[in-house]
Design a binder for this molecule. Structure first.
Ligand code: ZN
Length: 229
């Protein structure tokens, strides 16, 4: 499996016969990070976890003219007409079989969904913005609700043998930045976990490794970095 870190929460995952693209975002078109035309012999699945602009770049829709491109879009993502048969509209807490892959969804405690995808014998989790959003200084009730929603959603994945997980590690949460990763690894686990949603703070990968998660954490150092797993 080949994994490329693109930007923010964007990753591509290449399996034997497929390419899964998650939350492609170019920040105002500064750069193009991904070209589905580069994979003419593979089915390309373009996932969008929710419609926030840092997870959904509308230019992905222009790829629909390529016959190998499919979309898996959270229910809150709007598209124009003309995508019939190419788009799966994903609702929370559902399981879908779509063109040779299996997709289970969680409900985000921010917006949209998180994805558990099974493709070519591999199991991949992408959290979208499902995160342990404990903000220091918020009322206790708010943070208690966040704890409840995050842990309840992750508990739904117990028993899954996940190969690769993409989980937020957002340093704006200060000393709580690692809580989502910690709960995920303790409860479900993954062979390799890629931090994301870290706003350019690549050092968060090293910080997580030093917290004791070691080599389970992928050490991302730059955009377009490739990993073989
Ligand atoms: Zn976000």
């Amino acid at each position: 499996m080949k994994i490329t870190y693109l930007h923010h929460s964007g990753f591509s995952v290449e399996t034997e016969t497929k390419v899964l693209l998650f939350d492609y975002y170019t920040e105002g078109g500064r750069k193009a990070y991904f070209d589905p035309a580069a994979y003419p012999d593979k089915a390309v699945f373009v996932f969008v976890s929710h419609a926030h602009e840092d997870h959904y770049d509308r230019r992905i829709l222009s790829w629909a003219k390529l016959p190998n491109v499919r979309y898996v879009l959270s229910f809150d993502v709007r598209t124009e007409a003309g995508f019939e048969g190419r788009v799966l509209c994903a609702e929370p807490h559902r399981t879908y079989d779509f063109d040779g892959i299996s997709i289970q969804t969680l409900q985000s405690n921010d917006e949209g969904v998180a994805f558990l995808v099974k493709a070519d014998g591999k199991i991949i989790y992408h959290a979208g913005d499902l995160n342990w959003w404990h903000w220091n200084g918020e009322p206790e009730d708010f943070n208690a609700d966040i704890e409840k929603s995050y842990t309840a959603e992750i508990n739904r994945l117990k028993g899954e043998k996940i190969d690769v997980a993409f989980v937020p590690a957002d340093l704006r949460l200060q000393d709580k930045y690692f809580w989502a990763v910690n709960y995920f690894l303790k409860t479900v686990g993954a062979k390799r976990l890629f931090p994301m949603h870290f706003w350019g703070r690549f050092d968060v990968c090293t910080m997580l490794r030093q917290l004791g998660y070691g080599e389970t954490i992928a050490e991302i150092t730059q955009e377009n970095e490739k990993f073989e797993i």
